[in-house]
Write a protein that binds this ligand. Structure first.
Ligand code: SF4
Ligand code: SF4
Length: 355
C-alpha cells in the first residue's frame, strides 16, 4: 500500500506551516468577497485564512503564469564599430519550489493536460518544465459533483489521481492523505503526521460514495469523429454560438487552455534593456487569429467556438489520446450568457447520429 498519513482538521495549519518551511511557496484556496464572491489560490502565510472550497479560478498559474518574463535582453554598440551590436540575454530566475494545496482532481488533471504539449511534444518548454519539476500537487477529493461539473464524462472522477502527488480525502475528524507519486511519498515522509493506514478504509468509503452520487455519464467516445464531421456545418456552429459575447471568460477560467502570445517590451539599446513576455491568449477573441495583412481566418464567433470545442474534444484527443477538457465546469459557471460546452458536445453527437 502507498504511504498513508492522517491529519486532523485543526492540524491543517501546522501541516501547511511544515510545507512552507525553507521558503517553499504553498498555494492555498482563499475566499475573496468581492462583487462576485470567489475563491482563488494565494500563497499561504502563518495565520492566513484559507478554505477547502473548490476554487473559482484554477491553479494553472503555478505552471503557466498569466504573464511571465521568458528572458531579458540588452544590446550594446561597439564604440569602435557602431555597426556591430552585441546582444546579452539573461534567463528568468528559477521558479520557487511550490505546493498546490487542496486543488480538486479536475485541476490536477489539468496539469496532466498541459504536460503533454509542454513537456512531451517535439520540444519541452524550459520555463514550464522548471515550474512543473518544482511542483507538488496535493489534491482534495470531491465528496460529490455539482450541477456544472462533469469530470466523469471525460475520463476523470471525484477521486481521480491523475496529475496529483497526494490525494487527500475528508473523513470524520480530519483528512486521510495518500501518496500517489514518489514526490508525494517524499512530501508525506518528511511530515510529522501520524500513519493513517487504519483509517484509510473510511477514505475509500467516502470516495466510493462520491462516485455513486454522480449521474450516469453519456458515452463521448464518438465525439472526436462527430465534431470533425461537423467542421464545415456553419449553421450548426452558428446555432450553438448565437448567445456568445466573445468575452473570453471560458478560456481564462479554463485549467486546460494553454495558448499564449509573445511580446517584447522595452528596447534592447536603452539603459534598461528589454524583456520578452509570454502571456495567456484567448482563442475566443477575434484578434487571436488576425494576421498582419488584416485577414482573419476565424472572423466569426461561430468559427472561434468551433475551434475551441473541436480542439478540446477532437484535435487534442487525436494528438494525445484523451480529451483536453477535464469537466471542471468553470467555463459554464463563469459564462455571462450560460453557454454550456456539454450541450454543444451532446448536440454534435446527436447530429452526427442523425446523419
Ligand atoms: S464565456 Fe460565454 S460569452 Fe464569453 S466567450 Fe465564452 S462562451 Fe462566449
Ligand atoms: S472547457 Fe470548460 S469544463 Fe472543460 S476544462 Fe475548460 S473550463 Fe473546465
Amino acid at each position: 500500500m502507498s504511504m498513508i498519513r492522517f491529519v486532523t482538521a485543526d492540524g491543517l495549519p501546522g501541516f501547511l506551516a511544515h510545507l512552507a518551511k525553507d521558503g517553499q511557496r504553498v498555494l492555498v484556496p482563499v475566499e475573496k468577497p468581492a462583487n462576485k464572491p470567489s475563491v482563488v489560490f494565494e500563497p499561504w502565510q502563518e495565520g492566513k485564512a484559507f478554505t477547502l472550497a473548490k476554487a473559482t479560478v484554477p491553479p494553472k498559474e503555478a505552471v503557466l503564469p498569466q504573464c511571465e518574463t521568458l528572458f531579458s535582453f540588452k544590446k550594446a554598440k561597439d564604440p569602435a564599430d557602431p555597426a556591430r551590436v552585441s546582444l546579452q540575454l539573461e534567463e528568468a530566475p528559477p521558479p520557487p519550489p511550490t505546493v498546490v494545496f487542496a486543488c480538486r482532481p479536475c485541476d490536477a488533471r489539468g496539469f496532466a493536460v498541459l504536460d503533454r504539449p509542454y513537456l512531451h511534444g517535439p520540444f519541452a518548454d524550459p520555463c514550464y518544465k522548471a515550474r512543473r519539476e518544482a511542483l507538488t500537487v496535493i489534491t482534495l477529493t470531491c465528496a460529490s459533483g455539482c450541477n456544472t461539473c462533469f469530470c466523469h464524462w471525460v475520463g476523470g472522477g471525484p477521486s481521480s489521481p491523475e496529475g496529483s502527488d497526494v490525494l487527500m480525502t475528508a473523513i470524520e475528524g480530519g483528512y486521510v492523505l495518500q501518496a500517489i507519486t514518489p514526490r508525494g511519498e517524499a512530501c508525506l515522509a518528511a511530515s510529522a503526521l501520524p500513519d493513517g493506514a487504519e483509517v484509510f478504509p473510511r477514505a475509500e468509503e467516502a470516495r466510493k460514495a462520491a462516485w455513486q452520487s454522480l449521474e450516469p455519464a453519456p458515452d463521448l467516445k464518438d465525439a472526436p469523429q462527430r465534431l470533425a464531421a461537423l467542421f464545415t456545418d456553419t449553421t450548426f456552429w452558428q446555432e450553438q454560438t448565437d448567445r456568445c459575447l466573445s468575452c473570453g471568460a471560458c478560456t481564462y477560467f479554463c485549467p486546460t487552455c494553454y495558448c499564449f502570445n509573445i511580446t517584447d517590451e522595452g528596447e534592447g539599446l536603452s539603459e534598461k534593456g528589454g524583456r520578452r513576455l509570454r502571456s495567456w491568449d484567448n482563442c475566443m477573441s477575434s484578434l487571436f487569429t488576425r494576421e498582419a495583412s488584416g485577414h482573419n481566418p476565424r472572423n466569426a464567433k461561430a468559427l472561434r467556438m468551433r475551434n475551441r470545442v473541436s480542439h478540446k474534444f477532437a484535435t487534442y484527443p487525436e494528438n494525445w489520446g484523451s480529451f483536453s477538457c477535464n469537466g471542471c465546469g468553470r467555463c459554464i459557471s463563469n459564462c455571462p450568457v450560460c453557454l454550456d460546452i456539454r450541450a454543444i458536445v451532446l448536440a454534435a453527437l446527436e447530429k452526427g447520429a442523425d446523419a
